[in-house]
Design a protein around this ligand. Sequence first.
Ligand SMILES: [Zn+2]
Ligand SMILES: [Zn+2]
Length: 159
Amino acid sequence: MERKDVTLVGKLGEYDYNRPYVCSECGGIMIFRGVGEYECEDCHYRAYDDYGKARNYIEKNPGATSGEISERTGVSQKAMRQMLRESRLEIASDSKTFMKCGICGVNIRHGTLCEKCAASYHRLAEEQERTKRMLAGYGMDIKERNEGAMRFIKPDQNK
Ligand SMILES: [Zn+2]
Ligand SMILES: [Zn+2]
């Protein structure tokens, strides 16, 4: 089970949504055209990855549920959830289905965190970054003072 998850997520945590690499018509190379769409460089046959399939279906069938999309397009529920987590899709505002915020558990319609938690998470990350920079700057300052400030250092020697 765990192994299968690792395979699905793939390298660098990116799930590739079953993107077509090779043309099913002529064996040519599929070129990315944007928003989940691919085109064969030889015969110009067009194909879609899971995101493109789901997106096309939603465009033609507004208000479709993820279960319906999955059933009609063959896109797995897991891929649907992944798209929601990556905010590629959003649960319609009149839907009774929700995702949960990863921190406070409140209902959300896309992504992994609610707006409040995302904002404070972002702030926390910024603060940590600032503290790190300040400490680094402070350390350098002390070092320079200890070495004495009388010497002029040419920029290219200041390494
Ligand atoms: Zn082709
Ligand atoms: Zn939250």
